[in-house]
Design a protein around this ligand. Structure first.
Ligand SMILES: *[C@@H]1O[C@H](CO)[C@@H](O)[C@H](O)[C@H]1NC(C)=O
Ligand SMILES: *[C@@H]1O[C@H](CO)[C@@H](O)[C@H](O)[C@H]1NC(C)=O
Ligand SMILES: *[C@@H]1O[C@H](CO)[C@@H](O)[C@H](O)[C@H]1NC(C)=O
Length: 442
């Protein structure tokens, strides 16, 4: 059993005494408790809104109290609902997942909130409502493969978050290692660990291979992503960008339903069509999916194969994503899975399509790929193949994460932060595309 961080055991103990709740049947330490834990935010996609999600061990009401003043009473109230989640492990541990969506938030304004019910409240957290419209410059932290053990990037991400460096987080799959492990206690521990980041910033996700157990149920239950696909695929607008999150895992775990590959592909195509109609307003199309199409790591992963499934589809021809993303002029593709950082030259079908030799990322003639899976987990870092491929621009085998600054409709700034080098920026690149003519390459 994993010990709880001191903060949590003390709080649940206090609550235990104050409420006189008995030591429990749920098998979780200090439970069952009505005290909210694992508090995190997500953006439901509707301007002026934010969803708060948390866990309790007994059913309680779901309320968020919020306001603009850092201290004193919280005058605003929002109600939501909870659903029980029964983990697939032998203990069938039962969590109550609460969701409350705050609406009509003032754009760019900082709020203070707490969540819970009369039976127990969380501590107070702060977040800034996202700005509306396309004319602002979102800053994102992007990474994948962050575990409950060896979460190397987390201390710096916490500090960055406290300093207000980001508007949102993109976690590109693989959480906790694994959320279902130890009867989902590892999932609980992970969600508590990320709380200092995730309770202050919309924490946007896609599923990775480590979420696979029990048909991705821990992933679907614990996060609250936009749309009605349980967070497997969805899209949202953020400033000048349209961000598409999808599951590469549908290509690999076919026993959960082959139809999912086709359903997702059709959804992707229609979403890309819509995004292209809106491209004058939101010029950037950014995708996030866990397993990359290309990589030059020294392992046997799909991305090391010439005809990778994500790139070329099932049987090398069905529902491949490279053609689709190229056809609709996707600008930037964010990946993880490999525990390293790799940036590719603009690429399509193994051909490098630099804007020019001197400025490869200015008017690139193919999508730009970033693989950022080195946030830290128990599996540690992934080595690279000895000889870099001609399409590989930068490779960093160090723990870290990516900062993505979407400056405006034409300029994106990408930086790689190294935790091994105390926060040093180890990659720094601008992607520049003209405002018009972005619906397709050529
Ligand atoms: C797995 O979940 C998906 C939706 O999340 C569902 O469509 C599919 O039928 C499920 N598969 C199995 C075998 O339960
Ligand atoms: C792309 O640009 C980089 C950097 O200038 C250069 O090293 C590489 O050879 C270029 N590739 C092609 C195919 O032009
Ligand atoms: C975007 O920002 C860059 C860098 O500040 C600037 O050079 C460029 O003109 C801006 N583009 C638009 C469309 O405002």
């Amino acid at each position: 059993m994993h010990p709880l961080p001191g903060y949590w055991s003390c709080c649940s103990l206090l609550l235990l005494f104050s409420l006189g709740v008995q030591e429990g049947v749920q098998g979780s330490p200090g439970a069952p408790s009505a005290a909210p834990e694992q508090v995190h935010l997500s953006y439901p996609g509707e301007p002026g809104s934010m969803t708060v999600t948390w866990t309790t061990w007994v059913p309680t009401r779901s309320e968020v109290q919020f306001g603009l003043q850092p201290t004193g009473p919280l005058p605003l109230r929002a109600q939501g609902t909870f659903v029980p989640f029964v983990d697939g492990g032998i203990l069938r541990r039962k969590l109550y997942i609460h969701r409350v969506t705050l609406r009509k938030l003032l754009p760019g304004v900082q709020y203070v909130y707490r969540c819970g019910s009369a039976q127990g409240w969380s501590r107070r957290f702060r977040f800034r409502a996202l700005k509306n419209g396309a004319h602002w410059s979102p800053r994102l932290a992007v990474f994948g493969d962050l575990g409950a053990d060896n979460p190397k990037a987390l201390p710096r991400l916490r500090r960055d978050t406290q300093q207000g460096m980001y508007d949102a987080v993109l976690h590109v799959g693989d959480f906790a290692y694994n959320m279902d492990q130890d009867n989902a206690r590892v999932g609980d521990r992970f969600m508590r660990l990320i709380e200092p980041v995730a309770a202050s910033l919309p924490y946007m996700t896609c599923p990775g291979n480590h979420e696979e157990r029990y048909n991705f149920s821990n992933y679907k239950a614990r996060f609250s992503m936009p749309g009605d696909n349980e967070g497997l695929w969805y899209s949202w607008d953020l400033g000048p960008a349209h961000i598409i999150s999808f599951s590469t895992e549908v290509y690999f775990f076919l026993h959960y339903g082959r139809h999912l590959v086709q359903r997702q592909f059709r959804w992707l195509e229609s979403d890309l069509q819509k995004a292209n109609k809106n491209r004058a307003a939101r010029p950037w199309i950014i995708t996030m999916g866990h397993r990359p199409m290309y990589c030059s790591n020294a392992d046997l992963d799909d991305c090391t194969r010439h005809e990778s499934k994500v790139r070329r589809g099932l049987q090398g021809k069905l529902y491949g994503l490279e053609d689709l993303f190229y056809k609709y002029g996707v600008d930037l593709q964010l990946w993880a899975h490999e525990h390293s950082y790799e940036r590719l030259w603009p690429i399509y079908n193994y051909q490098v399509f630099n804007g020019s030799e001197e400025m490869p990322y200015t008017n690139p003639r193919g999508p730009v790929h970033i693989i950022t899976g080195s946030a830290g987990c128990e599996e540690r870092l992934t080595p690279f193949a000895v000889f870099p491929r001609p399409w590989s621009a930068v490779r960093v085998k160090e723990y870290g994460y990516t900062r993505l600054h979407i400056l405006n409709g034409t300029h994106i700034h990408i930086q790689q932060v190294s935790d091994d080098q105390d926060g040093k920026i180890v990659d720094d690149v601008w992607v520049v595309r003209p405002l018009f003519g972005r619906r397709m390459y050529l």
